[in-house]
Design a protein around this ligand. Structure first.
Ligand code: PPY
Length: 349
């Protein structure tokens, strides 16, 4: 059964590339979610990604307490295709055209492969876009805020595991040093955490050295002996197989869609590994963007909301223990309650 309100699949008029926009739910408000510009073996894999990622956005906004629905856009690039600047403009204009046709049901933002400058291009054709550069009136790069929100989630987990939110002296394995993972690694190093890091881009080794981190190959990072594993790259890293090899007490990170399937949350629980759902730990970016661009808050007030993710995770972990369920189940229930609390006008339950 299709779980989504609507899914638009277009061949871009200019780029001839598949442009996919998935609107999972507008129950809480107009949908938002980033634009992923990524390589897929087949465009249908991009469609599957858009469906999963947009559903996670619904939960992300619901748990964060924001009046926004869940959506996501994906442009499926063929393997190996590099976009030159002209073609990139074509792609972004194609995406903007699809967004404009949805009449406000979906607003985009940054995701893997896109950033504020891309949002500025999209904003030339539609107002439904978050995170334009600050000089153009947007809330700018969301990744520092996502990193900060993940740090807040990590503090809540440290309190649960060790009785103190401090990460000083804790060992953390950070998988991915991109825009969010790199920032987060810096914040953790500044807190005095001991880091083991990796990235598929060996050029990131320099950052690892700068932070005094141990470098490991990407395929080794999941089995590193550490207090907390921090997935900060693409999703799908937690499977039955990889969970069996974990040597950490908790997994908390900003990567979206970390599990290969919902049952993996139970496997983590059975192994006594605390997993904070990705859509809870990674909400800092959307919390900042919506606080600034929808609610008109200043940077300082928005930061307070991002830091409040620590309290959200605290409460979730409390509920999970009290009701004897996984944090994944507790988060799902919270999202479901928030979604059930709203009924569109004129629609009978
Ligand atoms: C995400 O947090 O997963 C996003 O999609 C990023 C984002 C940020 C701001 C508005 C919409 C999407």
């Amino acid at each position: 059964m299709l779980d989504h309100e609507r899914v638009a699949v277009h061949t871009g008029r200019r780029s001839r590339l598949p442009v996919i926009v998935a609107v999972h739910s507008t129950a809480l408000g107009p949908a938002a979610g980033g634009l992923r510009l990524w390589h897929y073996p087949d465009w249908r894999d991009g469609l599957a990604d858009a469906l999963r990622l947009s559903a996670a956005m619904t939960s992300k906004f619901a748990v964060a307490g924001l009046p926004i629905g869940g959506g996501k856009a994906v442009v499926a690039l063929p393997e190996g295709e590099r976009l030159d600047p002209g073609r990139r403009l074509d792609v972004l204009r194609d995406v903007a055209e699809v967004i404009a046709s949805l009449d406000g049901a979906y607003a985009t933002g940054p995701d893997v492969g896109t950033g504020p400058d891309d949002m500025a291009v999209i904003a030339e054709s539609t107002p439904h876009v978050f995170c334009r550069p600050e000089r153009l009136g947007g809330s700018g790069d969301s990744s520092p805020h996502t990193a900060r929100g993940t740090l807040a989630a990590l503090r809540a987990v440290a309190r649960r595991l060790y009785g103190t939110p401090s990460l000083a002296g804790r060992t953390l394995a950070v998988a991915g040093l991109g825009r969010v993972g790199g920032r987060l690694a810096r914040l953790l190093a500044a807190e005095g955490a001991e880091l083991t890091v990796t990235d598929i881009d060996a050029g990131k080794r320099a950052l690892g050295e700068e932070l005094g981190a141990v470098w490991r190959a990407p395929e080794e990072i999941l089995a590193v002996d550490a207090d907390i594993l921090v997935p900060a790259a693409l999703g799908g890293v937690l499977s039955a197989r990889s969970v069996a090899g974990l040597r950490c007490r908790a997994v908390v990170g900003p990567a979206n869609n970390q599990l290969t399937g919902p049952e993996v949350a139970d496997l983590l629980h059975e192994r006594g590994i605390l997993w904070v759902p990705d859509y809870v730990a990674s909400a800092g970016g959307v919390v900042n963007a919506v606080s600034v661009e929808v609610h008109g808050l200043g940077a300082e007030q928005a930061r307070v909301r991002v830091d409040a993710i620590e309290g959200t995770v605290d409460a979730l972990l409390d509920t999970a223990v009290r009701l004897d369920r996984t944090p994944a189940r507790a988060a799902e229930e919270l999202a479901r309650l928030r979604l059930a609390a709203v009924r569109p006008v004129g629609v009978r339950p």
